[in-house]
Design a protein around this ligand. Structure first.
Ligand code: PLP
Length: 463
């Protein structure tokens, strides 16, 4: 019981209360939890996850959400607004991805529930399209090792073989020759990231495009993280290679509105060079007693509120708003990288963008993490090699955060030297921090991770 969240302050609901409680009381309880939890990242010391951080913007989005939250966007006869929102979200995203360069096919898109949703729909579309057009029955996909685990998950779910291409340890970029050598008759797509989650580096999309065109396979660019910020970085003159539809072999791109689109959690946009690819995964049941059924993707009912809020975020910021936020984020990321580079013991991996990752050849960099945690910092931990990553978001652009980062990092390096021979307390796990995990005993690690997930999904224990 002692670990169940808020058990010491609020009633624990092990069953549906016999009598309902007042709205005021419930909202009071929720406000208390939200306020305390927001304090965690409002300091600007938390990597990624809180991309916007502006409570005025959140209020605006929840107003927009509230107007349509009860609407099921699957029932379009009742909500033409959903068609407007979705169409315009897709069109605005296609514009950012330079769909004007597309010739001979009709660009298209889907709004999904998040990055994983966009990647899953893309993989399903490639599988279905290759089956329909090329008779592929044992599909495979080739991804850089650094591409997100959502590709592994999608391939697992859809019976697609996943081939993981190695990356250069210096640049963190995929070995394009390896990819070229592992594409065969059953390959449905290859993957590149712009940028990848771990290192913030952009794969050589132009070279991957040549491979894709040479073999006649798809090229999905994972812009889940970078899709709504890298285009503005390009506009600002940062050296970011082309990764969008201006590269001829790129056939689909995922871009998360719920990250640097500053929308509410629960949306992402998947765009396609060719509508035929999107449509290959449309789903129909024509002979059901309940009526004829169709859905454009995997979800059934969807919230009109999320479409409204995402649309509202995009039209509120416009090019100018996004570019201004991108400018401050890129400047902050540069300043933080300079702080890292000022320590010869630390090494930044590859040539990153707004997100950077660093390791150490002098000590286990998790000692740095241990110390920085005490100062309120929350980084994402990586492995092979052990590294820490910081995805710079708007909360870091507040006054004083870069300076605090530099000062705390200097102390952390001293601490790491003092503890060089010891085992650090923290380790690498995506989305949380667990202690003492190394890459060895896979079964043990999975058991620990399962226990952690059990905890997140637990039923409240009895007193
Ligand atoms: C976040 C992310 C994903 C997965 O997105 P979710 O929204 O967490 O499902 C995929 N790729 C990259 C590069 C990401 O940063």
């Amino acid at each position: 019981m002692s670990t169940f969240p808020y058990h010491d302050r609020f009633e624990v609901n092990r069953r549906l209360p016999e009598e309902g409680r007042s709205r005021e009381e419930i909202l009071g309880e929720l406000q208390e939890m939200a306020k305390e939890e927001d304090a965690f990242w409002e300091t600007g010391k938390c990597s990624g996850t809180m991309y916007c951080g502006d409570h005025d913007h959140y209020r605006f989005l929840t107003d927009a959400f509230g107007l349509f939250a009860h609407v099921n966007s699957l029932q379009r006869d009742m909500c033409p607004s959903s068609t407007k929102f979705e169409a315009e979200i897709i069109a605005m995203t296609l514009e950012l991805m330079h769909a004007e360069a597309i010739e001979g096919t009709t660009p298209a898109g889907l709004v999904t529930t998040g990055g994983t949703g966009s990647i899953a729909h893309a993989m399903l579309a490639y599988r279905e399209h290759a089956r329909q057009e090329r008779g592929v029955t044992r599909p495979n996909v080739v991804k850089p090792e650094t591409a997100h685990p959502a590709f592994d998950k999608a391939c697992h779910l859809f019976g697609i073989e996943l081939r993981r291409a190695p990356v250069d340890p210096e640049t963190t970029l995929v070995d394009v020759d390896w990819v070229d050598g592992h594409v065969d008759d059953e390959t449905v797509a290859i993957i590149g990231s712009a940028c990848n989650y771990g290192y913030g580096t952009v794969d050589p999309i132009a070279a991957l495009s040549d491979v894709a065109l040479g073999h006649g396979v798809g090229l999905h660019v994972d812009g889940c993280l970078g899709g709504f910020i890298l285009p503005f970085g390009q506009e600002l003159g940062y050296d970011i290679p082309l990764f969008d539809y201006r590269v001829p072999g790129v056939t689909s791109i995922s871009a998360d509105t719920h990250k640097y689109g500053y929308a509410l959690k629960g949306t992402s946009v998947l765009t396609f060079r060719d509508q035929a690819l999107r449509n290959s995964q449309y789903f129909f049941v024509t002979d059901w007693s309940g009526g004829k059924y169709c859905s454009p993707g995997m979800e059934g009912s969807r919230s009109g509120g999320l479409l409204a809020a995402t649309w509202a975020s995009m039209v509120h910021f416009g090019h100018e708003g996004y570019r201004n936020h991108a400018r401050r984020i890129f400047e902050t990321a540069q300043a933080m990288q300079e702080a890292v580079r000022s320590h010869p013991e630390l090494r930044i991996l590859g040539r990153p963008t707004f997100l950077f990752s660093f390791t150490s050849d002098a000590f286990d960099v998790y000692h740095v993490n241990d110390f920085m945690r005490l100062r309120g910092w929350r980084f994402n931990g990586q492995q092979y090699p052990n590294a820490l990553h910081m995805a710079v978001t708007r909360p870091q652009t507040q006054a004083g955060v870069t300076e605090a980062f530099a000062a705390d990092l200097a102390d952390a390096v001293l601490y790491a030297h003092e503890h060089e021979g010891e085992t650090p307390r923290s380790g690498a796990i995506y989305g949380g921090v667990a202690g003492g995990m190394t890459g060895d005993a896979d079964t043990f690690i999975k058991a620990v991770m399962a226990e952690m997930m059990d905890g997140y999904q637990q039923i409240p224990p009895e007193e």
